[in-house]
Design a protein around this ligand. Structure first.
Ligand SMILES: N[C@@H](CCC(=O)N[C@@H](CS)C(=O)NCC(=O)O)C(=O)O
Length: 223
């Protein structure tokens, strides 16, 4: 039976976790409305915080049901608004690998990347150089693991674009700005380029271009 609601995404175009969900929505051509979190709609942020005091976004509101956490929103969309692209494969073993890679990109690419960016937004006196050094070491380790994994692969798991690639795209995009891949990780760099060429992510990147001034480390003049 067709779902009677049109879900509403509370998000900001420059946010990596919002882009992760936008990729899933665009891959399947899912119809949705947006409440953009920003000065033009202060009520949107108030509503987000009233439902999710940890103040993290995106949030998907489907009728009165709020869904949090980008990966879970993508799982929810597949269950409730299925489209032609199965981002969580039907095969349980392959789906397990997809979820493992999804955790990898969240925990070991995005989390250290965010640590470095959030640190740069603090006043000089409140910075945490030790934590930032740990985050850079984590990114180097994660890049190394991914470099070995991506040999001969097009996407993170199997032959198809999945949930894992939805996260990889924005997280590697910003991670390379924050802690450059350089020359040492050619397979990861090539994977990042393939992700940038994927129409769903290219659209999200284009929609976020006007906000590059928000990047506290200075957005590089590329991508
Ligand atoms: N675990 C969350 C992380 C979401 C997240 O970190 N979102 C960022 C934007 S990219 C955010 O809400 N930042 C606002 C803040 O830290 O106050 C998810 O998977 O959705």
């Amino acid at each position: 039976m067709e779902n009677p609601h049109r879900p509403v995404l509370y998000s900001h175009p420059f946010s990596s976790y919002c882009q992760k969900v936008l990729i899933a929505l665009y891959e399947n051509g899912t119809q949705f409305d947006t409440r953009m979190l920003g000065p033009d709609d202060p009520d949107a942020y108030t509503e987000l915080v009233s439902r999710w005091p940890v103040k993290r976004f995106p949030m998907l509101l489907d009728g009165e049901r709020a869904i949090h956490e980008a990966s879970i929103i993508i799982e929810y969309l597949q269950q409730h608004y299925p489209g032609p692209v199965r981002l969580i494969p039907d095969d349980a073993e392959v789906a397990l690998q997809v979820r493992m890679l999804d955790r990898f990109f969240d925990n070991y690419i995005s989390t250290p990347q965010q640590k470095i960016v959030f640190d740069a937004m603090r006043p000089e006196s409140d910075r945490d150089p030790h934590g930032v050094a740990d985050a850079r070491a984590m990114l180097d380790a994660a890049y190394g693991w991914l470099e070995a994994r991506m040999q001969g692969r097009e996407w993170a798991v199997g032959d198809a674009f999945t949930l894992a690639d939805c996260g990889a795209a924005p997280f590697l995009f910003y991670a390379d700005w924050t802690h450059p891949l350089g020359e040492s990780f050619p397979a990861v760099t090539a994977y990042r380029q393939r992700l940038l060429a994927r129409p769903s992510f290219a659209r999200a990147v284009d929609e976020a271009r006007p906000y590059r001034n928000l990047f506290p480390l200075g957005a590089p003049d590329r991508d």
